[in-house]
Design a protein around this ligand. Sequence first.
Ligand SMILES: Nc1ncnc2c1ncn2[C@@H]1O[C@H](COP(=O)(O)OP(=O)(O)OP(=O)(O)O)[C@@H](O)[C@H]1O
Ligand SMILES: [Mg+2]
Ligand SMILES: [Zn+2]
Length: 255
Amino acid sequence: MHSEAVCPKCGGTGFTIVEQAHVSSAAPCDCRFEGIASRRQEEAQIPPLYRNASFESFSAAHEGNPLASRDLRNTLLAVKRFADEFPSETRPGLLLIGDPGTGKTHLAIAALRRILDKGFDCVFCDYQNLLDRIRAGYDASSNSADREAYRVALDADVLLLDDLGAHRGTEWVEDTVTSIITYRCNHRKPLIATTNLPDLDAGSVAYEKTPVGTQYRTTLADRIGARARSRLFEMCTVVRMPLVEDYRVRKQRIY
Ligand SMILES: Nc1ncnc2c1ncn2[C@@H]1O[C@H](COP(=O)(O)OP(=O)(O)OP(=O)(O)O)[C@@H](O)[C@H]1O
Ligand SMILES: [Mg+2]
Ligand SMILES: [Zn+2]
């Protein structure tokens, strides 16, 4: 294990001595604020897979498809604007809707990082994992982290709920999601969410052609309930990801 290097400015005391008009006084050292910033980063629980996800590492170039490139660039700009203008009075949240691999989680985390830098306490939650932990929290033998999961989801300054609706919608799930979203909405607490479920009002198509004919796709409202969905739209800037090919597949081909 490597040990923390001692701050050269204050020798680890957290204070520096400032001389002003022949009077010495103690002032908090810069390293304290760096400490707070890195603790805030850790507490955000951004998954290691997205360690490098930022606006800078998001590529808007799509080989041989200028229309897709334009759409990706506009999407990037919209999410950037949300993060730069955060917190917005009217729409404190962000909802990213789109197909798998189009960069929703990447952009949501890029926005979260920028908001972290502004000094807000942020927390990343995988939707399925959060529900599992909340459920486990009801168990008497559960650990305290699981018991706290629900409170954290309610109380964090900013919550990133990743892959919203990626779960079979039991009544319990619907109630839990509604209560988190309603609470955050009523308290004007920002929420950033991503989902690959279609929503008609976000311009998605709810029908898809398959070899066996046209099929109805489960929508966001089907999964999380009409009430949670309605509040989400009320509090969020909604950004639909362009119809681009799955980046995970595209990358395989490029390299
Ligand atoms: N335009 C892009 N530029 C750079 N990296 C990208 C881009 N789009 C996606 N990626 C990368 O591809 C991977 C998949 O993207 P991401 O996880 O954001 O997709 P998603 O839309 O959240 O998919 P899912 O619906 O499956 O959760 C990630 O590693 C992400 O960093
Ligand atoms: Mg994702
Ligand atoms: Zn110091």
